[in-house]
Write a protein that binds this ligand. Sequence first.
Ligand code: BGC
Length: 386
Amino acid sequence: MKKFIALLLVLTMTLSLVACGGKATQTEQTTDPSNQQTDVSDKSGDSKTVDIGIVLPTKDEPRWIQDETRFKDALRSTEYSVEVLFSQGDSAREKQNVEALIAKGIKVLIICAHDGAAAAAAAEAAKKEGVTVIAYDRLINGTDAVDYYVTFDSVAVGEAMGQYLADRAEGKGNPLYLYAGAASDNNSFLFFEGAWNILQPKIADGTFEIKNSSEAVALQDKATLTRDEMARIIGQVTTNWDFNEAKNKAEAHLTAVGKEDKGDVFILAPNDGTARSIADTFAADPDVTSYVVTGQDAEKASVQYIIDGKQSMTVFKDVRTLVNDAINMAISVLKGNTPETTGAYNNGVIDVKAKQTDVIVVDKDNVKAALIDSGYYPASDFTGLD
Ligand code: BGC
């Protein structure tokens, strides 16, 4: 029976790959569909050769499915063969994925690390084989094996969130609840740093009162935090980028505080998935009269939440731009040229040459113009749009 199911899975997979268009090649035999390549566009006709390998962190968050879709859209017209693999939140699997791609002869690796420190080993394995390594969205730390980094301006993401909350707080003593991303993701520090830049002066002057982190309260007079200090706060309020962990933490925080710590509240939520969990939890508390909650990624479900007034804002990171930057970089390397970069990020060992993209704040007022009229999403994906 098991064998039959496995066979069925492989068959369905192969069929769906062929259905994706172009010449599809099944190159891996595994019965676990979550680790399967999602797109193989073998333009060379040689099933063993792949020019560009792409490794994304997980299929369990809409953000990375969005990236996969945008990669597929952008790659339709290239002459190079590409394969996308998902690591499913597991660094060991991520390394196996990279090794599998190296074995297929990739010349460029575009990798969004599950864990920025653990991924150093995967980057080093690729580099050793002469592969150019492009860190995608998340920096890989502690190694000289990263050649380039394509990213959004992540400090600006955090600043936009902080500013959104600050602009809506009147008077003194507004309850503030802080949440962060996974400590294994370098971006979580950049987002938090940006938010702290804006929120700390507003905490210091009494506009906000932090309600859910003793570490943040202990550090609230410090305008600039070290990485270790941020790690102490993130350790307390991390969501681990996990919807359930976000929900459990929010529930625990609301249980721990009194009625006077609720009312009209302000919530720094690190991304859309966690924002929806946290918002639902706060909305269900009878002592919460109103809440302002941040997010990022412009995930479809959050766009609907914004239209419905259940999430206040999102930071729109146009994945099409990031995908194009990564592909253009890869193609430039494949052609023997030096990719264009606009700055650098230090990863603890080297300054990694980087190309950075700006972000846009989206709320109810501009959601239609920013995300629908711009062609990013079709209006038919949402209800209640005017
Ligand atoms: C990305 C965010 C994403 C988060 C969780 C971060 O590194 O920049 O866009 O929401 O990871 O996957």
